[in-house]
Design a protein around this ligand. Structure first.
Ligand code: ADP
Length: 480
């Protein structure tokens, strides 16, 4: 790995680069090559408490700044992220595996949240409410919730951080971040740039290490007033229950099981292009990746053939090499999951149209896979695969497919393709999902509210709604 001032191998607490108290470190490896990239401290409860204390001390100064002053710092951070796009993208590909062009896209996407919330922070408006009595004045203020804890996953090592940190900081909160153990370097590089941007010590802290101990402190320490988490539904449930004691605010972006429906009147070429994005981006490792593709009987075979042709053109390999479309999976657990989903579906009668096994490259490379005639009781119909597996299910009418689509505990993203305006509204309104892509497979951007229903989470990120998650409403009743 080339030396880089952005490759930090220490945590960042109170504006200082720090090792674990006991000196323990964890090695970080490149999932494409197994190469050792470096190491980060294994911190525990005590360091987590130090970071929370630093965020608490920094809170009065940061929240006292005007929104415009905070906005200027965030704007500098945004510009530094963009001017280091290439370096950040390479670092991300090295630790996460995604193709370099996707990593570059993620850096831009990550930066977009910082730009957006730098602006939105200036538009945190209160209210004046007509009072029931003439001598009263009723005012509503919005104030930062205080110290925020953020826990983030490895699939978007930069964007999941800025989508939380930017609104928190713009609102006047201070933050302690625990990034995913697989991808700490992207987080630490963002901290380095935040430091350069002049974000004061203690406002943005990053601690690496023991998830259970750090998570226990972040959720158990009464100074923390809000937890924002992106990850699995099981860990989300656990953290939510840990936050119950102090009645902390929580935002949760959890698992999904996105349906992708192709109606008989769909533009099939567009539907295939959408399915490629919705299924295979980041090698299927995003929470809005489609997990189940429902295709109308009348166009099933044609869609399957077109999808097969498109996926056959994918280039699997090390994300740093040119023209690679699909990188490795993150780890062996991910390999085991996709294999078990394929094995289960095939045992129950599905056919392998493409791929279906570990890639000849070895390691955690897996062949982009398409299964046809997948039965409704296959495991993949219920559980998130988080890998390059496209299972094609058949359906024959609208009510039936909406029922299948909603038959899950999850409710994050759904996609469908049709040209019929009546159907667009009927189906969009009937789907129990927080986000619906209609004739598109790409729905995420900083301007729109990202979030799920049911067991997929609580709250929204991005958009003008995203900053509300970091604000308390205070009502003043003034008697004249
Ligand atoms: P994934 O399967 O994508 O790794 P997880 O929900 O396990 O999803 O992880 C998401 C984030 O939650 C990571 O930063 C991970 O370290 C953290 N995490 C996992 N278990 C715990 C826990 N018990 N307490 C706090 N954080 C946790």
């Amino acid at each position: 790995m080339p030396p880089s001032e952005l490759l930090r191998q220490q945590a960042y607490i109170n504006g200082v680069w720090a090792d674990a108290i006991d000196g323990n470190t964890q090695n970080i490896y490149n999932p494409a090559t197994g190469e050792l990239l470096g190491c980060v401290p294994v911190m525990r409860q005590q360091e987590a408490r130090q970071a929370i204390d630093a965020a608490k001390r920094a809170l009065p100064g940061w929240s006292f700044l005007t929104a415009k002053e905070r906005s200027a710092k965030l704007r500098s951070w945004f510009e530094l992220i963009l001017s280091h796009q290439e370096e950040l993208a390479r670092l991300m590909t090295l630790e996460q595996g995604k193709p370099l062009h996707e990593a570059r896209g993620e850096i831009q996407y990550a930066a977009s949240f910082v730009e957006w919330f730098a602006e939105e922070g200036k538009r945190i408006y209160g209210d004046i409410i007509p009072a029931p009595q003439s001598n009263q004045r009723l005012l509503v203020l919005k104030q930062p919730v205080g110290v925020v804890a953020a826990i983030t996953p490895w699939n978007f090592p930069a964007a999941m951080i800025t989508r939380k940190a930017a609104p928190a900081l713009a609102a006047g909160c201070t933050l302690v971040l625990k990034p995913a153990p697989q991808t700490p370097f992207s987080a630490l590089a963002l901290a380095k740039l935040a430091d350069q941007a002049g974000i004061p010590a203690g406002v943005f802290n990053v601690i690496t290490g023991d998830a259970v101990e750090i998570g226990g402190e972040l959720t158990g320490n009464p100074t923390v007033r809000k937890l924002t988490f992106t990850g699995s539904t099981n860990i989300g449930r656990l953290l939510m229950s840990q936050c119950a004691h102090d009645v902390k605010k929580v935002s949760l972006e959890l698992g999904g099981n996105a349906p992708f429906i192709v109606f008989e009147d769909a533009d099939l070429d567009k539907a295939v292009a959408g399915a490629l994005v919705a299924k295979y981006r980041n090698n299927g490792q995003t929470c809005v990746c489609t997990n189940r593709i429902y295709v109308h009987d009348g166009v099933y075979d044609e869609f399957a053939e077109k999808l097969k042709q498109a996926v056959s053109a994918f280039q699997v390999g090390n994300g740093l090499d040119t023209d690679i479309t699909v990188g490795p999976l993150i780890d062996q657990v991910a390999m085991d999951k996709i294999r078990s989903h394929i094995e289960d579906a095939v045992t129950k009668g599905a056919k392998v149209l493409l791929g279906g096994k570990p890639h000849a490259l070895g390691g955690t490379f897996f062949e982009p896979t398409i299964l046809t005639d997948v039965p409704k009781d296959a495991l993949v119909a219920r559980e998130e695969t988080f890998g390059p597996l496209a299972p094609l299910f058949r359906f024959s009418n609208d009510d039936e497919v909406v029922r299948y689509a909603n038959d899950t505990e999850y409710g994050l993203a759904a996609y469908f393709y049709t040209q019929n305006m009546n159907r667009i509204f009927r189906v969009a309104e009937a789907l129990e999902y927080g986000m619906v892509g209609i004739n598109t497979g790409a729905i995420s951007n900083e301007m729109a509210p990202f979030g799920g229903m049911k067991s997929s989470g609580l709250g929204r990120e991005g958009s003008r709604y995203g900053i509300e998650e970091y604000l308390e409403i205070k009502y003043l009743n003034l008697n004249l």
